[in-house]
Ligand binder design. Structure first.
Ligand code: FES
Ligand code: FES
Length: 197
């Protein structure tokens, strides 16, 4: 018993020493706001955030990028989907301070500078939204999916968008929209708007 107690004590001291060393190597941030720079849709933006703030809340509350929606706020619904360093991500699961130095793409980028990404009119053509809360997340998940899968099948689209939920049940329209946008991107032709189709 004595031996066991000594061993456990030694492990405890070791862990404490390692923790102390780790803490000594990490500079503390917060809880007050700290200055950061985020690169959003190609533009560097300077601001201050509390280290606990998510990228989603920062974009919506401080940078006037309100396209991404805050629904579950716990990484389960996909309404806050954006693309960070070419990866589809939930903005509510990333801290803003951790997004420094990364390329952040939001839904606002899909209609910037007079150019409209084909996924936008394709969603309209296929009635791929009802209440619209999930829609920005689905649009960004679709964009990220198409960046990596230019010629998908219906089933691949279904699987590729599996991280997003729609309570209104617009799944079929969304999948068809992705297929239409994929075809437009491959052919270089634009997707005609719903009213012009
Ligand atoms: S709000 Fe981020 S996943 Fe639901
Ligand atoms: S359109 Fe209502 S949640 Fe998807």
């Amino acid at each position: 018993m004595q031996g066991v107690g000594t061993g456990a004590g030694a492990v405890g001291i070791l862990a404490t020493t390692e923790e102390a060393q780790a803490q000594a190597n990490v500079s503390a941030m917060g809880p007050a706001a700290v200055p950061i720079t985020l690169t959003v849709n190609g533009k560097p933006m300077k601001l201050s955030v509390e280290p606990r703030e998510t990228l989603l809340d920062t974009l919506r509350g401080k940078l006037d990028h309100t396209g991404a929606k805050r629904v579950c706020d716990r990484g389960t619904c996909g309404a806050c989907t954006m693309i960070v360093d070419n990866k589809v991500q939930y903005g509510c699961t990333i801290l803003a301070i951790d997004a420094q130095g990364k390329k952040i793409e939001t839904i606002e980028s899909l209609t910037a500078n007079g150019k409209v990404h084909p996924i936008v009119p394709a969603f309209v053509n296929h009635d791929a939204q009802q209440c619209g809360y999930c829609t920005p997340g689905f649009v960004m998940a679709s964009k990220g999916f198409l960046d990596k899968n230019p010629n998908p099948t219906y089933d691949q689209v279904k699987e590729g968008l599996g991280g997003n939920l729609c309570r209104c049940g617009t799944y079929v329209g969304i999948r068809k929209a992705v297929l239409e946008a994929a075809q437009a991107l491959r052919s270089g032709k634009s997707v005609k708007g719903a009213n012009n189709a």
